[in-house]
Design a binder for this molecule. Sequence first.
Ligand code: SF4
Ligand code: SF4
Length: 387
Amino acid sequence: MIHSETFAEIATLKERNLIALKEAREAGRHAVGTYCLFSPTELILAAGAIPVSLCGTSQKPIPAAEKVLPRNLCPLIKSSYGFAVTDTCPYFHFADFLLAETTCDGKKKMYELLGELKPIHVMQLPQIQDEAALDYWLMEIGRLKTRLEREFGVRITDKALTEAIRLMNEERRSLQALQDVCKAIPSPISGLDLLTVLHNRGFSVDRRAAIELVDRFAAELRQMAAAGISPFTESTPRILLTGVPVGVGSEKLIRIIEESGASVVCLESCGAYKKVEQVREGGDPLRAIAERYLKVPCSCMSPNTGRLELVERLTREFRVDGVVDLTWLGCHTYAVESSVLKKHLQQRTGLPFLQIETDYSESDTGQLKVRVEAFLEIVHRSMKRTA
Ligand code: SF4
Ligand code: SF4
């Protein structure tokens, strides 16, 4: 683990923020729980409420979820539901209501069950990213605006929306700057530590303070990179991890890759690089929000060419030596898309590619290690050929 006071501060942010959230709720502020990158955070902020990410990355509540949900469902969905039904996610506990979107089938059916536990607003997400879909999505965003206004007795003004867009764009800029530090060869931070920062800062109640903290940490990392301080060497294989969302508690694959001698330098997932694209500033703020959120390159979109382009671009920008595509067991959209991504990358980059399908349990750790080690041998051979 990286030695830095700022890192230690971020690593304990989740627990400390809980106190801030409890105090804010007691002072009469509202909180809205979200699960997905399609949730337009700007509207929650503009309504004067606190957006909170909800737990869903731990194996622990899955047995409780399996009493209701099918066992062969994706662990992210089972974990999210398990946390809710056992009331062990404090962020869920403090949320006034939940904001969700119809993404994959498992998630949208789970939201129906969650609606029995808390008030929920489900946005009907189009699954194509064209102009007609944008008009429809804009209408859905308008519906959310009305719901928030009614729920919290406020009026969401264009001014408040514009300010929220600016704040969220600042956050996106700071998140991108943090991740871009890993473009250094070698990267000054392990993928595991990077994940800890990305995960924990997502539970921030005070967004400005969190931006400042991430900026401070990124500046420290830049200094380390300039001084050549790194847990890796220049010849350590550099891996891009793409696929399903990963968080603290579901980081098994990143740990295995790094224990096997590689460095995960880029995470193209929902809490990481998928998140950094800015919302256009100027013009109608609701339309700008609709445009940005509809573009999320999630596998529930059909077609999902945005992900192919994003992953390809990141392989070049981060000068990676191999790509690992992670699919949670039971996630059909990412599983099917894997072969499309593999073909695209083989044609465009020729990089070694590995798909891993797993869940949150540790039962297959040994088997995964063998597969990752074999893959890294291929990566080493390919690095020698291109050296
Ligand atoms: S992968 Fe898709 S459905 Fe899952 S969190 Fe990301 S945007 Fe939402
Ligand atoms: S990982 Fe796949 S199945 Fe699981 S919630 Fe995300 S899109 Fe749905």
